[in-house]
Design a protein around this ligand. Structure first.
Ligand code: AP5
Length: 214
């Protein structure tokens, strides 16, 4: 299975992506996580990406495409992409590679959510510094305050979570990423689900949507 997740910041792509990848036994590849681990390791790519991420802008296509394609190359047959592609150039590049390899995308799953709810979710988010697992102080608190249930890492707030930055990320989403909805609908792989329910409800909708024939 080769799936990608689309949806505005805060829709729950990271939350659902991890669950679905585990359920289907496929690799979970999140471009935002790959950038954040480069930032924390202080690599050249991390230094470049941080400037864009903190401002809520997209990291340039060339470095992003190279980074994600490398991750896909070492992922094996099945994968779930979270946060990539985000521009038409990224989508065309991804689909070109997959088509050439004879392994086209199975589905592009769109998580639809009212933006004010998304902003509220992001305001309460805490992320594990070590493994990237997302929590929420209101909707999904960790068992021990400030500690990741999965790996015991410290939970932190991301540097792009300020409300003005989040609103700008939403504008960037509308301008650069939302056009991919029509693109994947035209390719016959788009499935849309309502992401406003509980985490379990959204997972159940995603599993049902992925079961449908295109
Ligand atoms: P990225 O890390 O991809 O961020 P994003 O897409 O903006 O999405 P978020 O991580 O903010 O939200 P999410 O949809 O994953 O929601 P989550 O599951 O955390 O990208 C960050 C930056 O990296 C970009 O701005 C850009 O600079 C750069 N970048 C990344 N990819 C790029 C690319 N391809 N090209 C160029 N630049 C790129 O959930 C949110 C909160 O809600 C959590 O607290 C969670 O616990 C809670 N929650 C989740 N589901 C539910 C639910 N059902 N009910 C209640 N609460 C819930």
């Amino acid at each position: 299975m080769r799936v990608l997740l689309l949806g505005p910041p805060g829709a729950g792509k990271g939350t659902q992506g991890r669950r679905l990848a585990e359920r289907y036994g496929i690799s979970y590849i999140a471009s935002g996580d790959l950038f954040r681990s480069n930032v924390s390791e202080g690599t050249e790519l991390g230094l470049l990406a941080k400037k864009y991420m903190d401002a809520g802008e997209l990291v340039p296509d060339d470095v992003t495409i190279r980074m994600v394609m490398e991750a896909i190359g070492s992922a094996g047959e099945g994968f779930l992409l979270d946060g990539f592609p985000r521009t038409m150039a990224q989508a065309r590049s991804l689909d070109g590679e997959l088509d050439r390899a004879g392994t086209p995308l199975t589905a592009a799953l769109l998580l639809s959510l009212d933006e004010e709810i998304a902003i509220k979710r992001i305001a309460g988010r805490r992320t594990c510094e070590r493994c990237g697992a997302p929590y929420n102080v209101e909707f999904n608190p960790p068992r021990a305050e400030g500690r990741c249930d999965l790996c015991g890492g410290t939970l932190v707030q991301r540097s792009d979570e300020r409300e003005d930055v989040v609103r700008h990320r939403l504008d960037v989403y509308h301008e650069s990423t939302a056009p991919l909805i029509g693109y994947y609908a035209d390719r016959g792989v788009l499935r849309e689900i309502d992401a406003s329910g509980s985490e379990d409800e959204v997972t159940a909708s995603a599993v049902a949507a992925l079961r449908e024939e295109p």
